[in-house]
Design a binder for this molecule. Structure first.
Ligand code: DC
Length: 227
């Protein structure tokens, strides 16, 4: 069967990563969560004190960008954890706060160029499922299968809220909804590679779909492209 590149983009908290992971497992493909890469850069900047409520110290971030080494390694459960300079930061990067900083950091051109370069290298041999915001538009404009996932902000916030609670984290539904809307707004309106559907991407609106229905749709699309 021929190997392809699967690009999955879409809004925050649409379950993109979950469906991308499920497809990668099913197809025996590599899975790359590019959001985790922006989150790792955000954590690095935050730890160094380069982030305030209103500003990012871009000079320092630029100077030290080359020191940020991001990698992925499977854990005991077979899930991929994110590593920042050899340290497992999987839990730390998943907070609402780091999500927000990641959204701000991802609007910076030099950060995007560096991460896009790394992502393109990862896909050189194909057989990869990558999820993010600009995979079908910028990272792999020639990807054989492009999917754009969306859903109503309220439904996405409810799912994300439940996920945080299940992880034992404190979360307020209104705050999660505000976070979802804020990130949609920033991701879609930034100057550098704003979130938008590639012309040839297939839209999956999962407002009324459960995870299994959504996975099934993706598998069907995958088969159509690899036959
Ligand atoms: O998918 P996520 O929520 O983990 O992503 C965190 C932030 O990173 C998100 O607000 C937008 C940004 N991002 C991006 O700009 N481009 C990508 N390819 C992936 C994520």
């Amino acid at each position: 069967m021929k190997k392809i590149i699967v690009a999955i983009d879409g809004h925050s908290s649409t379950g993109k990563s979950t469906m991308a992971k499920a497809l990668a497992k099913y197809a025996g493909y590599i899975y790359v969560d590019t959001g985790a890469m922006y989150r790792a850069v955000a954590l690095f900047a935050e730890r160094n004190g380069w982030i305030t409520d209103t500003e990012i110290n871009e000079n320092e971030l630029k100077k030290h960008l080359g020191e940020i080494k991001i990698s992925f390694k499977p854990n005991d459960k077979g899930e991929q954890d994110t590593y920042l300079n050899g340290e497992n930061v999987e839990k730390e990067i998943r907070t609402l706060e780091i999500g927000n900083v990641a959204s701000r950091v991802s609007a910076i051109g030099f950060v995007r160029r560096e991460l896009v370069r790394q992502q393109q290298l990862m896909g050189i041999e194909k057989g990869i499922v990558m999820d993010g915001r600009d995979i079908g538009t910028v990272v792999f404009p020639n990807a054989e299968l492009k999917v754009f996932v969306t859903g109503s902000p309220e439904v996405r916030a409810r799912r994300r809220h439940l996920e945080l609670i299940e992880k034992g984290e404190e979360a307020d539904l209104e705050a999660v909804l505000a976070n979802v809307k804020e990130r949609d707004e920033r991701d879609s309106n930034r100057k550098e590679s704003p979130l938008r559907k590639a012309d040839d991407a297939i839209v999956i609106d999962n407002t009324h779909l459960n995870m299994e229905e959504q996975n099934e749709m993706l598998r069907t699309l995958f088969h159509e492209k690899t036959l």
